[in-house]
Design a protein. Structure first.
Length: 99
């Protein structure tokens, strides 16, 4: 059975993607973890966001967290973690964030 021809107007109304935003890579990694791992990741994220460094190098940074996740088989960049922390990633701007 042949598909009905689509007019230009109809074709322009059909989106290629869902208008609902996707979770960012950080949220997708978190969602794929076991509950205990999710809790540990949440605590680590809290450490990163609350480390004020007091004039010295940060102990807990997005680079540290990215390194830990990457060595554990979850490749992610510090920039992705920073976007999630600043809530400018897809999962936060789309209103579907869990963090």
């Amino acid at each position: 059975m042949d598909a009905q021809p689509v007019t230009l107007v109809e074709a322009l109304e059909i989106s290629l993607r869902s208008p609902r935003s996707r979770n960012c890579l950080f949220a997708r990694v978190r969602d794929g973890l076991e509950e205990e791992e999710q809790e540990a990741l949440s605590r680590a994220l809290d450490k990163v966001s609350s480390d004020t460094n007091n004039g010295q190098r940060k102990v807990y940074s997005s680079a540290w967290l990215a390194g830990v996740l990457t060595t554990q088989g979850y490749p992610i960049s510090a920039a992705t973690i920073q976007r999630h922390l600043r809530q400018v990633c897809g999962c936060c701007t789309g209103g579907s964030a869990n963090e």
